[in-house]
Each structure stands twice: as C-alpha cells, then as structure tokens.
Design a binder for this molecule. Structure first.
Ligand SMILES: Nc1ncnc2c1ncn2[C@@H]1O[C@H](COP(=O)(O)OP(=O)(O)OP(=O)(O)O)[C@@H](O)[C@H]1O
Ligand SMILES: [Mg+2]
Length: 405
C-alpha cells in the first residue's frame, strides 16, 4: 500500500501577542494597497465639468452657457476651450462650475455666498443600525450633490472606521491624528477654537471636513464617565453645543455615523435637524432599521424630559443599493417599509450599481466620475436619483431659508 503522507496540521491558535504583531502587518499591507490605488498627492482630484453639465447644474441650455462664457465681460468663469470646429467645447473646474450655479441658476442662494451673516445652516445625519447600508456613501453624495447646488458643506466623520475621511481624500490612519477629530472637544468643551479649529478643507471645493480616527471610541468611555461624575452634565448635548457656532459658516453640516447607537451617535442624533436613513431593501436590513427606532427610543427615554422641544424637520428613509432583479427581495421589503415608515419612505431609490461599488475601490463616488465615463448610462441611472434627492432635501430647507416675499 502506498504510503500517503498526511499534511502537517496547521496550528490555528492565535495569541494576543500575535494579534498585536498582525496589526503592524495589516497596516503595511493597507499602505501598499493605497499607494497602488491612489496617486500620492493630491490623493483625489475633483472632476471637470463639460458645457452640458454646467448647463444642467444651472438649468440653462448648452447654447446659453456657451454664449455667456464667451461674452467676455469677465462676470462668469470662461472655462477652458477644448477641441476644434464642431467638436469645440469647454471644460470647467469644480470651482468654476459652482460659481456658475451661484451666479446664474435659479437655485436660491443663502446669504453665506455673500459672506458672514446671521444665517444658520442645517445639520443632517445619516443613521442606520445595520452596517454597510450605504450611510457613508449617502453622506458623501449628499455633500457633493448639495455643494453642486452652490451650498457650502461641512462633513463630520463620527465613525472610528473613518470611511468618509477616506472618501474625502485623506489616508485616515496616516494623515489624521486623534487631535484632528471631534475628540478633543468631547474631552474638553472649553478647548480653544472649539470645533471650528478642527475643520480642514478637502479636494472638493465647498466641502470641508472634521475627520475621524479609530481613537474616537474613547468618547464611548468618556461621555458616560462624565455623566456619572459631573452633576448637571448632559452627555447628549456635547456635539450639538460644539456644532452650534459652525452653523454660521455652512449651509449644511452632515454627520456620518457608525452602525451603532453609541454615545457619540446619540450626540449626533440630538444635534441633527433632519435624519436620512439609508436602507437596503433586504430582510435583515429592514428589521435592523426597526431595532434602531426601538433602541433610540429606549435610550432617549432617559433624557427625553430635558428635550421636550427636540424635533426633526424631517426623517427620510431612502431605499438604496436596490436590486431590481426578478428574484430580489426588494418588492416585498419595499411594501414592509411602506407599512412601517409611511410618509417617511420617500420615492427616491438608488439602484445597486457596479459603477458605485467599483468606484468605491478607488475611494470615489458617482459625483467624482465624469459623465464621459465609459459606462455613462449606468452612471446616470445611479447618479440621477441622488441628484434628485439632494434637490428634494435642499428644497425642504429653502422653504425655511427664503425670505417671505
Ligand atoms: N448603490 C450602490 N450600489 C452598489 N454598491 C453600493 C451602493 N451604495 C453603496 N455601495 C457600496 O456598499 C458598501 C457599503 O457602503 P457604505 O460604506 O456607504 O455603507 P455604511 O452604511 O457607511 O457602512 P458602515 O456601516 O460600515 O459605516 C460600499 O462598498 C459601497 O461602495
Ligand atoms: Mg460608514
């Protein structure tokens, strides 16, 4: 009989020391991968906009944009002329495109465009208990989409995973320190400069960020400890107080949260004026969304007596990563969501799209991709509902912002 040698069994045990060494291995591996995916500096660049895209953003025709751009009165950015003859066209930078929107579109522009004023921006939160439900993607798309309506936007990354910071072009692990986040303010609300001192610009004109770091989990120990120790301390008001002065600088402050009801997320929920709940229409995601409300209401009971006046301008459930295949659970779960959420469930749906998932590989969203993309049709299919959703959100607030006529 042949002597078949048995492979040596692999020792699968893992010690804490090995786990500690493994952390260094994965950090090196992640750095190598990032260097392959992203250019060293700048890591991300904003897209350029064609005459057609600027026309669409402004609600004009291409001919109108072409005429106004070449008028030569220096009022509107001219862009760069490209091509010759019939293929002659113009390309505009993001800065120029936003300038066009602010000057010529009929989108109501807030007093912020003109400079400091008494104006106060709105705080939006994307919230959901289920991980991977497109919270961060939705936060970034909202930020980009709203900025393309001329708005000035701040995103605050409250998730220790720091995915939104990455989408904003930061290599969070290397370029962000705990001191750059909301954490110092959580530890000391009297810190010099407050949260405003933590704001950084991003590669995207009109979009600033307070980034995240893994050490944000420190807030989960500090906030309950202070609640026990300090008489009169209200742990759920820290972020709201910190963001209050920033409302004078931004039309929108968008809070991206981790998939949990952490102390930091409760702060974010109490700071927000409106809540967007992205939900993938699948069984587990739906039930997880219901758990969110049960948990939120359980926790809120402990401080609801102090928050009698708290209200959201709106709560909006946005179906996202929707699968339209015939075997998909989406039709059934959509019906459940309609039953549970009624008018909170808005008619916008973001389809599941390979443009979105493959873009994420390079830390981009559909707003980062130029419309000359090889999959232009698929891009439009997933981008258009997000553009429409941004307009819907914005219109809700413009009703409050626009002076009575
Ligand atoms: N419409 C879409 N089609 C396909 N993939 C999508 C779509 N929207 C988001 N994704 C992908 O789903 C994944 C999860 O998205 P995202 O990171 O935004 O979720 P999240 O809720 O923020 O996750 P977490 O709970 O970990 O914070 C990402 O890889 C993202 O690119
Ligand atoms: Mg996320």
């Amino acid at each position: 009989m042949a002597n078949v040698s048995q492979p040596m069994p692999i020792d699968r045990t893992v010690t804490l020391e090995e786990i500690s060494d493994f952390a260094d291995v994965v950090t090196d591996y992640a750095t190598e991968l990032r260097d392959q995916i992203l250019a060293p500096r700048p890591r991300k660049e904003a897209p350029v906009f064609t005459t057609g895209e600027v026309a669409e953003l402004c609600g004009l025709t291409r001919q109108q944009v072409q005429y106004l751009a070449t008028k030569g009165d220096g009022v509107l950015p001219e862009g760069q002329s490209t091509g010759t003859g019939r293929s002659r066209s113009r390309l505009f930078t993001l800065v120029e495109a936003r300038n066009w929107v602010q000057q010529v579109s009929d989108i109501y522009q807030t007093p912020l465009v003109a400079g400091p004023s008494d104006f106060e921006g709105k705080v939006l939160i994307t919230s959901q208990l289920k991980g991977g439900s497109a919270k961060t993607t939705t936060s970034m798309c909202l930020a980009q989409g709203l900025s393309l309506r001329g708005r000035k936007v701040l995103v605050v990354d409250l998730d220790p995973q720091a995915s939104l910071s990455e989408l904003c072009g930061l290599y969070a692990e290397k370029e962000v320190s705990p001191d750059d986040t909301v954490l110092p303010f959580v530890y000391d609300q009297k810190i010099e400069g407050g949260l405003l001192a933590k704001v950084q610009p991003t590669y995207w004109d009109g979009l600033d960020i307070i980034p995240a770091h893994t050490e944000l989990v420190g807030a989960e120990y500090h906030l309950p400890a202070m609640q026990m120790k300090l008489a009169g301390f209200k742990f759920w008001q820290v972020l709201r107080d910190g963001l209050a002065p920033l409302r004078k600088h931004y039309d929108y402050i968008i809070l991206d949260t981790s998939p949990s009801l952490s102390y930091l997320n409760l702060n974010a929920l109490m700071a927000a004026d409106a809540m967007v709940m992205p939900m993938v229409p699948e069984n587990l995601d739906f039930f997880s969304s219901l758990s969110f409300w049960r948990l939120f209401s359980d926790v809120a009971k402990s401080f609801i007596k102090y928050e009698a006046n708290k209200k959201y301008d709106f709560v909006s459930v946005l179906l996202t990563r929707v699968n339209y295949n015939s075997t998909s659970a989406a039709p059934v779960v959509r019906t459940w969501a309609q039953g549970a959420y009624r008018h909170w469930l808005d008619p916008f749906e973001v389809p599941a799209s390979s443009v979105m998932s493959s873009g994420a590989l390079a830390f981009t969203t559909v707003f980062d991709i130029s419309s000359s993309h090889s999959q232009a049709k698929s891009l439009a299919r997933v981008k258009q509902p997000l553009v429409d959703y941004c307009r819907w959100v914005d219109d809700m607030f413009v009703k409050q912002w626009r002076p009575a006529q």
